[in-house]
Design a protein around this ligand. Structure first.
Ligand code: SF4
Length: 215
């Protein structure tokens, strides 16, 4: 009898794998992403300079959460891990300019948009896991310190205690060195550099991104 959870199959055919990846893309779009596609793990751009930008100028999330630099996986470690994988699903979620810029008036909408990216990652990573891709893992956008624990004084996971959102929280793509701007532009999708002083009238949209490395 076949249940919902598949048995571990060490010889997954390329055909089955591609069909599963297509299902994940569909699911990602259904859950609220704007665009999604299958990508080769070997083509994910990892660059130390992305993490350098967390420090220069110093991001307000730097060093204050367990899933941000310098406390998370280093680009070199990710590069080495990615060599073991072949396929991933990558997506973006477009959000209105007034929501992406740092404005207190739109903080709730901004946090909700980031949480949606985490939710997509959580669900698709879980789907892949139960389909037998048990080493699948996802990376989200922004800092979990602000997306989940913005009202808290500290991150307990940095003090050896349990993360408040242990299954939901994870590093962002950029926190581990993935060049999200390059990856999005290479996919043929529009993305704009948005700094701390960006004005909504100067940008057509904001973009959040996420990825699930599947197999
Ligand atoms: S406790 Fe909060 S800030 Fe710390 S890792 Fe978990 S979600 Fe992130």
């Amino acid at each position: 009898m076949e249940g919902k959870i598949r048995k571990i199959d060490l010889e997954i055919s390329e055909d089955k794998l591609q069909k599963d990846l297509e299902r994940y893309v569909e699911k990602i779009l259904e859950l609220g992403a704007t665009k999604a596609k299958i990508v080769k793990a070997g083509e994910i751009p990892v660059d130390e300079r992305v993490v350098l930008k967390c420090q220069i100028p110093r991001c307000f999330g730097y060093g204050v959460g367990a899933n941000c630099p310098p406390n998370t996986l280093k680009p070199e470690e990710l590069r080495s891990v990615l060599k073991k994988y072949k396929w991933a699903v990558f997506f973006i979620k477009d959000i209105p300019p007034r929501v992406i810029v740092r404005d207190k008036a739109t903080i709730k909408e901004r946090v909700a948009a980031y949480q949606n990216v985490f939710k997509i990652i959580n669900e698709v990573e879980s789907m892949a896991f139960y389909d037998g891709y048990y080493l699948a893992f996802g990376l989200a956008a922004g800092s979990c310190r602000h997306t989940f624990c913005g009202l808290e004084k500290s991150c307990p996971a940095m003090e050896g205690e349990r993360c408040r959102f242990s299954l939901r929280s994870r590093p962002s793509m950029e926190a581990v060195g993935i060049d999200v701007y390059r990856m999005t532009a290479s996919a043929g999708w529009d993305i704009y550099p948005i700094g701390s002083d960006a004005k909504p009238e100067d940008i057509p949209k904001g973009t959040l991104a996420g990825i699930v490395i599947v197999h």
